[in-house]
Design a protein around this ligand. Structure first.
Ligand SMILES: [Zn+2]
Length: 455
């Protein structure tokens, strides 16, 4: 027998175990479920122990606990990999929209339904099962393995950075693989190479000390709403290019190779327009829509407030106007530096007759870009190609995944998303499910990954 047979033979037990794991309502956002999050962590501890892992430990943070484990007997010449995932889940409300109750896992067809089925309980169980199979069949693992599972991903991992900083010795590795994430679709694997960062701010333009009568004072003093509109218009040209001095200076340009890789991913502009309902696309000139979505920075007005917002007319000359703005950033832009550039722009371009202030809003993230030639990514790509019979798409994400930048900051490693969910599996929504064939395929992929890395 080999590990593949072991996985086949034990598959129904693994599915039973996944059901058991899903039954624990480890909702990190709800204080009343804190005990359940801990129970889920303890379940992971027990499961790692029964898989043959060592130094398995439920460890406290200022909030929900984390689980660390390792198996480090592959020797000093073998690489050490760190596998990340999370055992907490999103709240399941509204319960009435679920076909079967969220914490009573139910199999319908080849899918298992329940909160956390794909995000991330099913997906994080996969590498544990692969390690168990390898260990059971060969008595060893081809690489040194560390597991690091957290219980607060769904609330933004607030206590993770200090935990990592204080426990670097338990997390030292040559490569990180994240068991949280997704493949492109059931037929096509993907390697996620980039994530956008974020900076958030608010511009407040002040004119008179209070709202004024537009007949008595219009033409006498400046209108902050108009001044704000002029200020905003000075930040972006109508063709979509951001016109803030220095905004693009730190952007890593797309290489020809990057652009070819992005062009290989199917894109249907008409379908995109139908999906969004917008009359046409608009992004930075010189780039395709997908390049703009994935690999170019943006500046968006998220909200505008000034003057009379009620029905009908009020002849008011507002005292204040404000705009909430976020920029999605790409490597190597820095959220604080971009904020400073915008503040300097507002200073330099503030129209006469008003004052303007720029303040930070909550929400910041560093951009993330896997460097070219990144070894772990290359090996992951080969394994995905073997398992799917198709080369992975090289994709990027317009949003941010804070834990990826935390791992990069604290451990200096670009994590590779090697995870087997799919975006249509109702993550964070009612009727979340995981595909059982993918659950099995992911186990093969992780076993092969470890073998390949140990060669
Ligand atoms: Zn997740």
């Amino acid at each position: 027998m080999g590990w593949a047979d072991y996985l086949d033979t034990h598959q129904s037990r693994f599915v039973e175990e996944l059901c058991e794991f899903i039954r624990i309502p480890s909702v990190s956002a709800k204080p009343e479920n804190a005990g359940d999050v801990r129970d889920a962590g303890q379940w992971v501890v027990d499961r790692l122990v029964s898989a043959g892992m060592e130094n398995v430990q439920l460890m406290d943070t200022a909030g929900h606990p984390v689980v660390c484990a390792d198996w480090l007997r592959a020797g000093p010449d073998a690489p050490t990999i760190l596998i990340y995932g999370h055992f907490d889940v999103q709240p399941a409300e509204p319960f009435e929209l679920w076909t079967s109750p969220p914490f009573e896992p139910t199999i319908r067809g080849d899918r298992i339904y329940g909160r956390g089925a794909t995000d991330d309980k099913g997906a994080m169980l996969i590498p544990i099962l692969a390690a168990e199979a390898l260990l059971a069949e060969t008595g060893k693992l081809p690489v040194n393995v560390r597991f690091f599972f957290e219980g607060q991903e769904e609330i933004g991992s607030p206590d993770l950075p200090p935990f990592i900083e204080a426990n670097l010795d338990r997390l030292q590795a040559d490569m990180i693989f994240s068991a949280d994430g997704s493949q492109w679709d059931t037929e096509t694997p993907q390697l996620v190479l980039g994530l956008k960062g974020l900076t958030s701010l608010e511009i407040t333009v002040q004119g008179a000390k209070s709202d004024l009568h537009s007949g008595l004072h219009g033409g006498g003093v400046a209108n902050p709403a108009m001044a704000l509109a002029q200020l905003l218009a000075s930040m972006k040209s109508p063709d979509g290019r951001i016109t803030i001095d220095g905004f693009y200076d730190d952007v890593v340009d797309l290489t020809d190779e990057d652009r070819e890789a992005i062009a290989k991913v199917p894109w249907d502009e008409a379908a995109y327009l139908a999906q969004t309902g917008a009359p046409s696309t608009l992004g930075e000139p010189g780039f395709t829509t997908r390049e703009n979505l994935w690999a170019r920075p943006t500046l968006e007005v998220n909200g505008l407030t000034s003057g009379w917002q009620g029905q009908g007319t009020k002849t008011v000359l507002p005292a204040v106007a404000s705009a909430k703005i976020t920029c999605r950033l790409v490597a190597n832009q820095n959220p604080e530096a971009v904020f400073d550039l915008i503040a300097a722009h507002v200073d330099a371009h503030c129209p006469p007759g008003v004052t303007a202030e720029v303040a930070r809003n909550p929400g910041r993230a560093d951009p993330f870009l896997v460097p070219a030639g990144h070894n772990a990514t290359a090996v992951a790509g080969q394994v995905l190609e073997e398992v799917y019979g198709k080369a992975p798409y090289k994709t990027r994400v317009g949003g941010s995944i804070p834990v990826m930048s935390t791992l990069l900051d604290e451990l200096g490693l670009h994590a590779v998303m090697f995870a087997f969910g799919h975006e249509d599996e109702n993550q964070h929504a009612p009727d979340e499910f995981f595909r059982l064939p993918t659950f099995r395929r992911g186990q093969t992929a992780y076993a092969r990954l470890m073998e390949r890395l140990g060669e």
